[in-house]
Write a protein that binds this ligand. Structure first.
Ligand SMILES: C[S@@+](CC[C@H](N)C(=O)[O-])C[C@H]1O[C@@H](n2cnc3c(N)ncnc32)[C@H](O)[C@@H]1O
Length: 226
């Protein structure tokens, strides 16, 4: 994997809470953050005595390498969002400068934690669709801004395999958003994924969340093994 092929843009614990409607009860569970990248979710939740493991292929790189990549793409991402301002809802985050600030704050928290916690097992270099965990090892698995969002890069069969893998290792799986980045429309993989999971006896619901930044991204997928 090339570090240059990855978009480095991490979110905070408060955004994860909102995107996934995480209650205090949920936050006390054993959680997997899949594709957490440079998000500060793990760092912040661990600080609050949470129990979370993050997996991402970028964790094969060290903190300095990831920091360099974040610095490299920062202005490109801000410029890209500025060009497509109308695709976003500027409510909680009022403008592009504030977005840059909020994201950099989260990524700095991540980098500080990652530098010291790399050997603790909280950050594992692993990739969907195959994860190094036992069946039902986690109570909740979260996947933010990877599956469905990158529908053009990750094909339908990879989506199906990835969702089945997440459902294998966690009792409950929450995924957000469900729109493709390319056109802000519901991912074409959503229906086939739901059909495959339901055929395996997994219950699937699309649930409204109190978070919307990418316009129209108001729902998460919740899958539960029954
Ligand atoms: C846009 S970032 C989202 C980061 C974080 N989840 C957040 O919302 O702030 C997408 C992440 O997906 C990760 N990723 C790419 N391929 C992956 C795979 N096969 N399995 C798990 N994560 C992957 C990338 O490395 C990147 O960190």
């Amino acid at each position: 994997m090339e570090l240059s092929s990855v978009i480095h843009w991490g979110r905070s614990l408060s955004e994860y809470k909102a995107m996934f409607s995480l209650s205090n009860h949920d936050l006390g569970k054993k959680i997997l953050g899949c594709g957490d990248g440079p998000a500060s979710f793990n760092a912040e939740l661990t600080e609050q005595n949470g129990h979370v493991i993050s997996v991402d292929p970028i964790y094969r790189f060290n903190a300095n390498q990831i920091r360099a990549r974040i610095d490299e793409v920062y202005s490109q991402v801000v410029e890209q969002v500025s060009k497509n301002k109308d695709d976003y809802v500027w409510k909680h985050i009022p403008h592009v400068e504030a977005l840059g600030k909020v994201r950099m704050q989260a990524m700095r928290l991540f980098l500080a934690d990652y530098g010291v916690a790399k050997e603790s097992g909280r950050y594992l270099n692993a990739s969907l669709p195959t994860l190094p965990f036992d069946d039902g090892e986690f109570e909740i698995a979260l996947c933010s801004h990877y599956l469905f969002l990158y529908s053009e890069h990750v094909n339908q069969s990879q989506h199906i395999l990835s969702m089945k893998e997440l459902c294998r290792i966690a009792k409950e799986v929450r995924v957000y958003p469900l729109l493709s980045l390319s056109d802000n429309q519901t991912s074409p993989h959503l229906k086939p994924v739901i059909a495959e999971l339901e055929a395996d006896g997994i219950s699937v619901d699309l649930v409204e969340v109190g978070y919307e930044f990418q316009k129209g991204a108001t729902k998460m997928l919740v899958a539960k093994s029954v």
